[in-house]
Design a protein around this ligand. Sequence first.
Ligand SMILES: [Zn+2]
Ligand SMILES: [Zn+2]
Length: 174
Amino acid sequence: MKINVAQLLRASIGSVRDYEVKQAIDITGDGVDSLVQGKVRLMRTNRSILVKGELETGVELTCSRCLGSFKYPLKINIEEEYYPTADVDTGVAIAVPDEPGCFTIDQNHILDLTEAVRQYALLAIPMKPLCKENCAGLCPFCGQNLNRGPCGCPPKAADPRWAELSKLKKEKGK
Ligand SMILES: [Zn+2]
Ligand SMILES: [Zn+2]
């Protein structure tokens, strides 16, 4: 996701360029690439290049309830400033803001979106993903994935914890 922004750095403040993004990158670090697609708009500001865009991709996740893997669609709304590290005409080094995680444009005026897209995508992934809203999960007794149909366990099989709870309830009711 490398874009040469030498031209844009020479353009006047407020100039914009639109780019089509279509590239596969490894988002979750598991060696599986996800195709990222969408549009980004680059704008020259007085100190940087502002990147704004809407990208879409899909990642393979593990359902937190049934442990099945499924494809999760991700929308990435990116908005990030990239600071030049070298003057586009003279090549003289430019100091970048002293902010942790601030994105830069390299000495050859290449702006690389990959890391920002990866970070934004990771933030968009839910902590406890579900393969579907009403995922039935696993049977606590035999471990069968209940999305594939009922297991052979007797209904309301006696879980000692529930038995204890209902005993308490009964005692309270007295
Ligand atoms: Zn599930
Ligand atoms: Zn079961």
